[in-house]
Design a protein around this ligand. Sequence first.
Ligand code: AMP
Ligand code: GLY
Length: 427
Amino acid sequence: MKALVIGSGGREHALAWRIAQSPRISKVFVAPGNAGTAVEDGLFNIPIQDTQELIKFAKDEVVALTVVGPEIPLSQGIVDTFRAQGLKIFGPTRNAARLESSKEFAKEFMRRHNIPTAEYATFDRAATAHEYVERKGAPIVIKADGLAAGKGVVVAMDVDQAHAAIDMILVDSKFGAAGNKLIIEEHIVGEEASFIVVVDGKNALPLATSQDYKRLNDGNLGPNTGGMGAVSPTPVITPQLHARVMREVMQPVISGMEQEGEPYTGFLYAGLMITNQGEIKVLEFNCRLGDPETQPIMLRLKSDLFTLLENATQGTLNQVEAEWDRRVAVGIVLASQGYPDAPRKGDVISEIPKAEEDAHIFHAATARRDEQWITNGGRVLCVTALGGNLSMAQRRAYQIAERIQFDGRQMRSDIGHRGGRLPKAVK
Ligand code: AMP
Ligand code: GLY
């Protein structure tokens, strides 16, 4: 059988690579894919992005299952369109994807269903937002309502920063229509974790837990990025917390969406903060897998991903289980000069080592020029490796990462640091 993965990043490389390991799968198409998926065994890039053309392709090639990586096509309703043509696709409908595409929708939904989250208020006028900040003080968090490629959140440590963020979003329209409204949220202190489940409308199958390192620089300093590395599992989510997240967050989301007539299917990602008092707070939902969390998670998945996702599209997730490699996986992102603001392209990459049993290098933004690999965007590669414990996995991943040189390379040296705990000083 054949599968189709939509997207072009490191997340999609990892997803397509793992689907291709299924003994039931002969080919995985990646649309449009990247230079790494172009040379991966079993994967075939197709240069199509238009939904109608993708539908035609899926029908012509008799694709058994399509899996969507990024949020934009989901928020535009690609799942609804494929399904209307009788094609099997894994992801949320356009309405269900509002859990990510509208922070206001997500917050109101959480309020309706008693899902623990930070206190908040919504604004569409700058003057009232400014007044609210004056009343509440700092630190405080300002978020654009819509999709802003991970850049729409400002954690303001003082009120001046908060006022500037309000103006940037509502007055200067830095995020266009995604910033017609904003959310102002209570600042929560604690440990972050990424918790992702596979959902079939009724049942949730948890993937291994993970933690993303969002800041550009060591010690969790510098600007927020799409993610500079990730670890799986994260010690932040103890077995007790795991059970509570399923009970207090995931199950209420699934039953709430069903009750509201928008059953949720797809990957559901909760960005969580675990407070020092042991409370769980949902910071955000994503209607897709995380990037780079997917890379270490996929390296650890031992079950047949195609079969899991097929069950998820048939409403039979309760009949399958996921088996995980007990080792720890660490993924280290190598980013280009200027990332995240103005990434430079075209730097020559010294070498890209071959995959081994315990390590895989996922491509996000590479290209070929004159028989060489070059950088072709912000996050270039994610070196992902397994180890018997966290420090062994770190050592293995950094050993490989150090072999990959290019001008301007940016790489954090503390991915997995302290078992995923932030140094106290920058908490
Ligand atoms: P989001 O895109 O909503 O996950 O926000 C990006 C990052 O901002 C998160 O990973 C957190 O580090 C931080 N953040 C978001 N909301 C809050 C909050 N209410 N309190 C503290 N930090 C937050
Ligand atoms: N790594 C965070 C995200 O994919 O949203």
